[in-house]
Design a binder for this molecule. Structure first.
Ligand code: C2E
Ligand code: CA
Ligand code: CA
Ligand code: CA
Length: 283
């Protein structure tokens, strides 16, 4: 039977397609990536759009994970985030992301005096982990960073997976002083009744609704409705994927508070953000 099992395994390896082989190799390399220091964060600015003294100023950044692979070069999240999630590696990597953002805030504070809030993407696995608030607290305390400079982005589907647990965890993070926003808003199925139970600060309108503005009348109607809903719940609205001046003009006309996208700035290494961090650039 043992001999047989071995044959089956060899047969399996022989039949394994190239995709599965690459996936297995990637999984192995991801196990080593953290200790080898191959992860890095790029930062994308958010711009204040609403009229007033802060219009046109930088209101924050979003930290986006990259993997500096020795042979493949810079690898984008869609190639490895799901593997980190499935293997559970997202827990240590996610803690590294939070610690790294705290470290960067410290560096920027020393360089520029004041720093805008930096948003961190959380994964379902992290939110499903009851120890998240304590882990966050320990990292933020150790770094000595103002918790008000941290924001967490979560998707609707993450919140709806176990709403009661999410209410508890978000309540804890909120009481530590962090900001909370719903990412990719409009792509999931969230109950509006539940939405108001979470201690949220902002909704981020998914870029699929922004892409065809202002010409697509359905997308325009959805975007306006989301902005109106958010404002009636006292939430700020950030539009994602803003790529053209036509997007900017439409979103300004609809009363959107902040915008993020290639038109404002692409995600870049921390060292390339200095122009945006000058005191006169900040909201
Ligand atoms: P997301 O949170 O929705 O991030 C926005 C994505 O849109 C980013 O892709 C960003 O580079 C891209 N983007 C920004 N502006 C524009 C634009 O004007 N046009 C277009 N077409 N795209 C734009 P990225 O960096 O590849 O990240 C993809 C996803 O990976 C993120 O989507 C997020 O869900 C996930 N992710 C990234 N970093 C982390 C992380 O540290 N932890 C976790 N759990 N997930 C992360
Ligand atoms: Ca995000
Ligand atoms: Ca998003
Ligand atoms: Ca997304």
């Amino acid at each position: 039977a043992k001999q047989n099992g071995r044959n089956n395994y060899q047969f399996y390896l022989a039949e394994m397609n190239a995709d599965a082989a690459l996936r297995l190799q990637t999984e192995h390399q991801l196990h080593l990536a953290l200790e080898r220091g191959e992860f890095e964060l790029h930062y994308q600015p958010k711009l204040r759009l609403a009229a007033g003294a802060q219009m046109g100023k930088i209101s924050g950044f979003e930290a986006l994970l990259r993997w500096r692979h020795p042979e493949r070069g810079l690898v984008a999240p869609f190639e490895f985030i799901s593997i980190l999630e499935e293997t559970g590696l997202i827990l240590p990597v996610g803690e590294w992301v939070i610690a790294e953002v705290c470290r960067q805030i410290g560096v920027w504070s020393a360089q520029y005096g004041s720093v805008p809030p930096v948003a961190i993407n959380l994964s379902a696995r992290q939110l499903g982990h009851a120890g998240l608030p304590q882990a966050v607290r320990a990292i933020v305390d150790a770094a000595g960073v103002d918790p008000g400079l941290l924001e967490f982005e979560l998707t609707e589907s993450m919140l709806m997976e176990d709403p009661e647990a999410a209410v508890r965890i978000l309540g804890d993070l909120k009481s530590q002083g962090m900001r909370l926003s719903v990412d990719d808003f409009g792509t999931g199925y969230s109950s509006l009744a539940y939405l108001k139970r979470f201690p949220l600060d902002a909704l981020k309108i998914d870029r699929t609704f922004v892409r065809d503005l202002p010409g697509d009348s359905d997308d325009a109607a959805i975007t306006k409705a989301v902005i109106s809903l958010a404002h009636s719940l006292n939430l700020k609205v950030v539009a994602e994927g803003v790529e053209t001046v036509a997007h900017v003009d439409a979103l300004r006309a609809y009363g959107c508070d902040e915008i993020q996208g290639y038109y404002i700035g692409k995600p870049s290494p921390a060292a390339e953000c200095s122009a945006l961090l000058q005191p006169e650039s900040l909201a």
